[in-house]
Design a protein around this ligand. Structure first.
Ligand SMILES: [Zn+2]
Length: 138
């Protein structure tokens, strides 16, 4: 292996295997706090992103983490829930936000649920898909 190839190889290896299985990184909406997210949620983000790429060709957008307004006792505040943008979200020319394809959003939520262990709950909401890690209590 020549020096240039070696450098390239080392560079690619340094980028990590994540790039191989995840060609585009998940996007994060401005103001979303992911600091404090528990490691259990990493596969949830990974799966949500893979599903978005498969169904829309675009990475997922995380629209909520630990910040924001959620019900009292929400797992968001414990770093055990994220919201991701519905794939059918459409912004019109006046900036109005519409959700235009319920079947697509249902496919999105179903695919995320199917790819995660049963310890995760996936809920299709009016504006997003909520994913939380909520194993049964022993
Ligand atoms: Zn949520």
């Amino acid at each position: 292996m020549q020096m240039r190839e070696l450098a390239l190889f080392a560079g690619l290896a340094g980028l990590g295997l994540a790039l191989v299985s995840r060609p585009a990184k998940a996007l994060v909406k401005d103001g979303v706090q992911l600091d404090g997210l528990e490691p259990e949620m990493v596969p949830a983000v990974h799966v949500a992103n893979s599903v978005a790429l498969e169904l829309s060709g675009e990475p997922t957008t995380i629209t909520s983490g630990l910040e924001g307004e959620h019900g009292e006792g929400s797992l968001h505040f414990e770093g055990l829930a994220v919201d991701v943008r519905r794939l059918d979200r459409h912004v019109d020319q006046f900036g109005g936000v519409h959700f235009i394809d319920l079947a697509l959003a249902e496919r999105q939520a179903r695919a995320i649920r199917a790819a995660l262990p049963s310890d995760f709950d996936v809920v299709l909401e009016a504006t997003h898909v909520h994913i939380e890690f909520d194993p049964p209590h022993a």
